[in-house]
Design a protein around this ligand. Structure first.
Ligand code: CUA
Length: 256
């Protein structure tokens, strides 16, 4: 293959123009602090990736496709529900395809696209970008989970903290902390535990601190370290495991 003089010149000029384009873009960003353009729709509800629940069987997902991810990355809806899917993008053109269904949308800057889909059976769907959008295109994926309606609507198991809080109270009693520290009014022997967490306290050296986990932990393990103003260094060091100390702190957060 021979490349003529003219072709060489055309190549050189084309390359020169490309370099000039990038050069001017870099100059604009670095020297003149021009922000890179963003084209996310100005219609508020579509600027954020989120799942909205309208009814137990009607949902709305706002996908924001950006280089190179979908927001939200994980969506879970119950089987039997109708889902209205909206997609927008702030940067370049992306695609949104829900594998295994006929849901297929383009994500175009400044535009909101929409489709409705009904999910009958539980299934884990992959959301993929199907429009080449740059280096990370092949990584652009999200998950849409359709779960059994009964599972979705069953009440979530309540978190365990209550048990921890109870345990904390029992430990304070067991280790006789409550003989000196009152849970109600101020006691003479030791600072009260009433509303202790988060309040500010003046120490013996005049400094003022906010009572947080770290302070409580230190005061249980090394009672002499930071004495509250007006109290003597008389507290015995309780024997307690790290876990027990944590439980006591959790309880002290609740003594309003
Ligand atoms: Cu986004 Cu390809």
């Amino acid at each position: 293959m021979t490349v003529t003089q003219l072709e060489r010149r055309v190549f050189a000029i084309a390359i020169l123009f490309v370099l000039l384009l990038f050069g001017f873009a870099a100059l604009a960003v670095n020297q003149f602090h021009v922000g890179l353009p963003t084209c996310l729709t100005s219609v508020k509800p579509f600027q954020k990736g989120e799942l909205i629940t309208h009814a137990p069987n009607h949902y709305e997902v706002h996908y924001v496709a950006r280089m190179w991810r979908f927001e939200p990355e994980e969506v879970t809806v119950p089987a039997g529900s109708i889902v209205d899917v909206y997609v927008s993008t702030p940067d370049v053109t992306h695609g949104l395809i829900l594998l295994g269904t006929n849901l297929n949308l383009m994500a175009v800057p400044g535009v909101v696209n929409y489709a409705r889909i009904k999910f009958d059976q539980p299934h884990v769907y992959q959301v993929l970008c199907h429009e080449y959008c740059g280096l990370g295109h092949d990584r652009m994926a999200a998950t849409l989970r359709v779960v059994d309606a009964a599972t979705y609507h069953s009440p979530k198991p309540s978190p365990p903290p209550l048990a921890t809080i109870d345990a904390g109270y029992r430990l304070l009693e067991e280790k006789e902390c409550l003989s000196c520290h009152s849970l109600h009014a101020d006691a003479d022997l030791a600072p009260s535990f009433k509303g202790i967490y988060g309040k500010t306290q003046t120490l013996g050296d005049g400094s003022v601190i906010a009572i947080d986990d770290a302070y409580l932990r230190e005061s249980i393990v090394h009672p002499s370290a930071k004495l509250v103003k007006g109290y003597d260094d008389v507290m015995p060091v309780p024997t307690a495991t790290d876990e027990e100390v944590e439980q006591m702190i959790q309880y002290l957060k609740t003594t309003k």
